[in-house]
Design a protein around this ligand. Structure first.
Ligand code: UDP
Ligand code: MN
Length: 280
């Protein structure tokens, strides 16, 4: 009798991944997670949190995400720790790069905590590493607010090494990732995500007619820049948004999208976990 070989097809799950190192970005992550759930994603949701994220916020994140992983570059294994010691300025970047260590997933889509899904975007998982949309400021670079990647300890190690040797030309993760995946602009057009998967308000004042033509098809909003939606205040009764730093205008309807979701679904969860304590 011959030997029976069982072939196991290890069908690893796929996940959307985000990052929040503090309670402000955690609020962004909550809204992002809710937006993906509301559009019935079939993928897992993962959030990497820094140790500074408060317990109530971590509890709310646990209600929305399948996995809440506390990450700290200072005790995350020798390579990351050493890299951090050499380049302390890149702290948040090293934390973001830890998404490559999520090897219990076969493929992931990273999304900044200041992004918001407007429809189901599971089709992004048909793309390969490293797929991303052009950066509106320099379109030969990709914007690292939304990107498709394959978790791999090997790639993670190479990224850390790249980081310590070359640093980041813009001081953040986008500079590192564009340096590392430097053939993105020219090698394979299928790795260029349409701009509607990472739409920022910048397009309104750089190319208004295109924004009017295509903006309505947006699938992901990205509130990039200094002023984040949570920097504003929102009056639930009048649905008025005020405050914030008056930067070149963040599109009011984009802000309203974020605040409507935040006020209707996240605030009740925060209230539950904070009790009577203020959480703003
Ligand atoms: N981030 C964080 N804490 C910080 C800064 C950034 O957790 O103090 C994470 C968060 O996921 C954020 C991403 O890193 O969305 C990139 O930063 P940001 O969105 O502020 O950069 P921008 O898109 O404005 O260039
Ligand atoms: Mn961002």
């Amino acid at each position: 009798m011959g030997r029976t070989w069982w072939i196991y097809f290890v069908n690893l799950a796929q996940a959307f991944v985000t990052l929040a190192t503090n309670d402000s970005y955690a609020r962004g992550a909550m809204v992002l997670g809710k937006s993906l759930r509301n559009h019935n994603t079939s993928k897992k949701l993962v959030v990497l949190v820094g140790p500074q994220v408060s317990n109530p916020c971590q509890s709310v994140l646990k209600n929305i995400f399948d996995e809440v992983k506390v990450v700290d570059v200072l005790d995350s294994g020798d390579a990351a720790h050493l890299a951090m010691m050499k380049r302390p300025d890149l702290g948040v970047t090293f934390t973001k790069l830890q998404c490559w260590t999520l090897t219990h997933y076969s493929k992931c889509v990273f999304m900044d905590a200041d992004t918001l899904a407007l429809s189901n975007i599971d089709e992004l998982f048909e793309r390969e590493e490293l797929s991303a949309a052009p950066d509106p400021g320099w379109p030969d670079c990709f914007n690292s607010g939304v990107f498709v990647f394959r978790p791999s300890v090997e790639t993670h190690g190479k990224l850390l090494q790249y980081c310590t040797e070359h640093g980041s030309f813009d001081g953040g993760d986008q500079g590192v990732l564009n340096g590392f995946f430097s053939d993105w602009a020219t090698a394979d057009i299928s790795k260029h995500l349409p701009f509607i998967y990472n739409l920022s308000s910048i397009a309104i004042y750089t190319y208004l007619p295109a924004f009017k033509q295509y903006g309505g098809n947006a699938k992901v909003l990205h509130f990039l820049g200094k002023t984040k939606p949570w920097s504003y205040t929102f009056d639930r009764k009048t649905r008025q948004i005020s405050g914030g730093v008056q930067e070149p205008a963040m599109h009011p309807s984009f802000l309203l999208n974020w605040w409507t979701l935040y006020a209707s679904t996240v605030v009740p969860m925060l209230q539950e976990h904070y009790g009577d304590k203020p959480f703003h």
